[in-house]
Design a protein around this ligand. Structure first.
Ligand SMILES: Cc1ncc(C[n+]2csc(CCOP(=O)(O)OP(=O)(O)O)c2C)c(N)n1
Ligand SMILES: [Mg+2]
Length: 576
């Protein structure tokens, strides 16, 4: 597709004089924004004044990082662009982790930051920070607006850039003099993005080569990433997998794109993926990657990755093709379109031997844990959450073991159901993400499956959930450790648990003090009851599950090893 010069003619009307701040609000509304997250401060006061009676649901986090994660999760849960606002200096700096999180996971977020007056830029003015400089590597695009006349155009371009191609965060820095300046406008300013080109279609010859390779393959594996979900291509993916009869494995961000209850699902692959997914990748003769980027947590040792496979890579981002792993058949374009084309060209393949082999791996090495243990196993909590919500809940996570157990033991059945920081692995993401997701999907049950230390990082956002009357649920898998760090120290550092535990507060008491409900569970026999009570709670509810402290996540591909070199298989086999 050629670069777009989108006209704003639909918003064109009679010309009038507006301030920059008013133009911002009007352009946001024109872009369909009805929900925003953000925190005020000196240089954004003119904008906040215009937001006073704007028809926008405005959520104030307790920290800008939380606001950015909320906007990010709102985008992931809704498919729309998330919007966050912060003041200059400290406010903008607090967005950094949130922007980097969105960047690594290709999430469309538009961040608006205030900046000091144009004439003061570079003077070390009060609350001045070089926001565009700081955020350049963690945004898809950013810019500073120097002239009020450019404001509407830049905002339109930002929404377009954030949400098209490979999505990502965009930051617009707006000096306060630009926000108060006036300009005559009739609303009709076109985007000017001559260098921004997106290839949606996919090359016909490449598509036909891919189809031929699929039809010929005896041992194919479909490897699906988050790109399928952001391209809204889940229906096409399911139809494609069914028509060609392919086993499907997903990355953390791809979970839900394919129904995890289907027998063809191999669940997650990679470092803590299933043994049957990892073995299948290592033994396949054709790997069909869609909307995935061959990240190191997925590939393990790159040299040993899928050694017998021809690789097809379907992706909207040409720069990700053959970036980490050499690809035989690249197809650049929109997954939704390309999969629809492939459906027409692929044939059903029985592949009896291959599916038999996969069934054997599944039988021998299922995910498991000691179900007879007298202590609360974290995996049991996740399974019970899945059972009681009938696999329907939206799940957000912290980072660490809790995240991996959520991925392994909750069965995801639809896209946009798991909202987790994959690429950056941001502890503290879970709670603000639950808030953003609940605002995007008010009728869904939203559960943050969190780690104690991840929760510690942003738990102040519980106040936001209380103020917004959101019925989010937080399930802390409280092992008292930075569990994933402890697991690595156990396995690779002789059990020297250096600086990987902290004393925690009584989370139920903290929750109550903040106006939420709080439940502590220290007996296995109380787990199901507590989850039932939590699901019936209208207030935000925190459940502190005192889980087995030294439980490990299995299987595990140690860093630098190939996918088939998994630890913990003996444990899984003995539990099968
Ligand atoms: C902001 C941030 N700091 C540090 C890390 C490194 N890190 C990864 S997992 C982890 C421990 C997480 O502990 P907890 O939230 O209790 O989860 P658990 O593994 O115990 O389930 C740490 C410190 C990170 N991912 N993010
Ligand atoms: Mg922990």
């Amino acid at each position: 597709m050629s670069s777009k010069s989108c006209s704003s003619a639909d918003s064109a009307g009679k010309s009038s004089i507006k301030t920059g701040a008013q133009i911002i609000v009007d352009t946001l509304i024109e872009q369909g924004v009805d929900t925003m997250f953000g925190y005020t401060g000196g240089v954004v006061l003119p904008l906040f004044d215009r937001l006073y009676d704007a028809p926008i649901n405005f959520i104030i986090p307790r920290h800008e990082q939380g606001g950015c994660h909320m906007a990010d999760a709102y985008a992931r849960a809704s498919g729309k662009v998330g919007v966050v606002v912060a003041t200059s200096g400290p406010g903008a700096c607090n967005l950094v982790t949130g922007l980097a999180t969105a960047m690594m996971d290709s999430v469309p977020v538009v961040a608006l930051t205030g900046q000091v007056r144009t004439e003061l830029i570079g003077n070390d003015a009060f609350q001045e920070a070089d926001t565009t400089g700081i955020t350049r590597p963690i945004t898809k695009y950013n810019c500073i607006v120097k002239d009020v006349k450019d404001l509407a155009r830049i905002i339109r371009e930002s929404f377009y850039i954030a949400s098209t191609g490979r999505p990502g965060p965009v930051l617009i820095d707006i000096p306060v003099d630009v926000a108060v300046a006036e300009c005559k406008t009739d609303g009709s300013v076109d985007m000017k993005l001559p260098g921004y080109r997106i290839q949606t279609g996919g090359h016909a010859r490449q598509i036909s080569m891919a189809a031929k390779a699929i039809n010929k393959s005896e041992r194919p594996v479909l490897y699906v990433g988050g790109g399928v979900i952001s391209a809204n291509a889940s229906d096409e993916l399911r139809a494609f997998a069914e028509k060609a009869h392919l086993p499907v494995t997903m990355t953390l961000l791809g979970l839900g794109s394919y129904d995890g209850r289907k027998p063809e699902s191999l669940d997650m692959l990679g470092m803590h993926g299933t043994a049957y997914a990892n073995y299948a990748v290592q033994e396949c003769d054709l790997l069909i990657a869609v909307g995935a980027r061959f990240d190191d947590r997925v590939t393990g040792k790159i040299k040993g990755f899928a050694p017998n496979a021809k690789i097809i890579h379907i992706d909207i981002d040409p720069s990700s093709i053959s970036k980490n792993v050499n690809v035989d058949i690249p197809v650049v374009g929109d997954a939704k379109f390309i999969l629809a084309e492939l459906i027409k060209q692929v044939q059903y393949g029985e592949r009896k031997e291959w599916f038999k082999k996969i069934a054997e791996w599944k039988k021998k090495f299922p995910l498991g844990y000691d179900r007879d243990s007298s202590t609360i196993k974290p995996q049991y909590v996740v399974e019970e959450l899945c059972r009681q919500t009938n696999s329907e809940a939206i799940i957000t996570t912290g980072v660490g073991q809790n995240q991996m157990w959520a991925a392994q033991f909750f069965r995801f059945i639809r896209p946009r159901q798991l909202i987790s920081s994959g690429g950056l692995g941001t502890m503290g993401y879970g709670l603000p993400a639950a808030i953003g997701a609940q605002i995007a999907q008010p009728d869904s049950i939203v559960i943050d499956i969190d780690g104690d230390h991840s929760f510690n990082m942003t738990m102040t956002e519980l106040s936001t959930a209380v103020q917004c009357k959101l019925p989010i649920k937080v399930c802390i898998l409280n092992n008292g450790y930075m569990g994933m760090v402890r697991q690595w120290q156990e396995l690779f550092f002789n059990k020297r648990y250096s600086k990987s535990y902290l004393s925690n507060p009584e989370y139920a008491t903290v929750a109550c003090a903040m106006g939420a409900a709080g439940i502590t569970v220290d007996k296995k026999s109380d787990v199901a009851k507590a989850i039932k009570a939590m699901l019936g709670e209208k207030k935000p509810c925190v459940v502190d599950f005192k889980v087995e402290r030294e439980e490990n996540v299995w299987p595990m591909v140690p860093a630098g090893k190939s996918l088939n070199e998994m630890d913990g298989l003996d444990i899984l086999e003995s539990l099968a």
